[in-house]
Structure formats: structure tokens, C-alpha cells
Design a protein around this ligand. Sequence first.
Ligand code: DGL
Length: 274
Amino acid sequence: MVETAARKPIGIFDSGVGGLTVVKEVRKKLPQENIIYLGDTARVPYGTRSARTVQKYAISNTDFLLTQDIKLLVIACNTASAIAYETLKGAYGLPIIDVVGPGARAAVAASQTKRIGIIGTDGTILSGAYQKEILKLEPACSIVTRACPLFVPLAEAGWCDKNDEVALLTARRYLEPLMHSGIDTLVLGCTHYPILKDAIRAVMGPDIMLIDSAEETACDVRQMLDRQHILNDSTAPGTSTFFVTDIPHRFAETGSRFLGRELSDVSVVDIVQA
Ligand code: DGL
């Protein structure tokens, strides 16, 4: 019975391509695991919506992934993690990993000066979830925050290359106040933002540590599977299956560039209620 559960897939969701930053790390650390990914592209962005709406979306995404018989859920979206993690944990009986806790932990470990910047969607920044997690770990930290909502459509559109003028200009506009705030560490508190890492790095300069919670999240996934005795022990490489709620070709285009491999097998699923 334990072996059957171990062979089940891991379910991962985000509002769009952002969660692929987490898929990439989970794939790297757990190559034998099967992954089912859902990008809720019909309802992206989440970051500008109310808590009630984000919770509703998170529940319908989880319900869909449960129809795929997943053994563990990863909320690969900071907005949904910040706003809906407790709701999902209370409503479902399966192990759930979020991205805010791992990101906060990585930031506290990386910062020497304990002056940390956080960028994210309006929803994530307003929720105060990162601030709360960081201060729980290190009460002496001082925190500067900035919502950067336009980064999400830029990443979804694939305007994220190193020399993309729009990405650079947008990054400069959002990040300038942070450049002069004395931080030594900047949390990319949205899973879409690592897609724009080059532009963010170009503006912030080489000395600021950029924290992408994907790697730390993948470690949590491994630990949780291990603790529950449901690590996939197969020797065959795991499979990845991709679902979106709208316009698969755009997701495939941006996703392929980002993951560095062809994503030709993206299916549309109709989970969005009118
Ligand atoms: N990638 C998501 C996050 O980490 C959601 C962005 C959005 O849909 O606004 O917050």
C-alpha cells in the first residue's frame, strides 16, 4: 500500500508560468517523481484579487489536482500561499507545502545585515505573510517591501530576456527605492519573478543576494515525502504533465524557454466556473 502511494504524482499549481520555477527545482532534486502541474492561466493574475477570490481559486485548483490522485500538493504561488495555505490545510487531508515559509527561511539564512527586502504581488505584500515568517525566525530583522504587479504579465508574455528594454525599465521603476534602503538580501516573493531575474539583477547590482524560494521549497518537498514514506523509489525518470485553464500555446512558449525544453504537451482543463 505504501508503495502504491509512493508512485502517485506530486500536484503543483500556480496562476500561470511562475510555478514552473518550482517544477524546475523539484525535477532537479527528485528526478524520479511524477509531476502534475496546473497553471490557472484563465484567472491570472491572482496578486491583484481579494483574499476571498484567491482562496476560491486555490480550492478549485486543489480539487482538480485531487482528481489526478496526487500524494502531495505544492502551492507554487506566493499569493495563494500567503492567503490560502491555512484554508487548504484545514480543508484537505493531504500533505501541503507552501512557498512563503521556505523563502523566509532562505532569506534569514542568507542575510548578514538582517536588513531584508521583499518584492511580491499586492496580495502577498498586503497579507504580511513574509514579514510575519521572517520576524518569527529573526525578530531583529528590518524589512522593506515593494509590490511589483507588472512583473507578472511581463513574465507571462515572455518579455523577460536579459536585454528586454521593457523588463529593465519596469524593474528600475519598481526597485529604485530598494536600491537605497541598505538591504543585503532581496526575496523574490512571487514565483513569476525568477523568470525576470536578469533584469532584477541588472538593476539591483551584483552584491544583493536574490532569494528564490523554489530551491528551498524543493528541499521541503523531499523532506515531507521522506517523512511520510512516500518518496518514489522507481528507477525510471519521472513524468511531467502540464494543464492550464486557458491558452496553452502561450504557456508552452514561455514555459519552454524558461524550462529549457520543449513543452508541446499542455492540455486545457475546464475548472473555471462562470
Ligand atoms: N506566481 C504567483 C505568486 O507567486 C502569482 C502571481 C499572480 O498571479 O499575480 O504570487
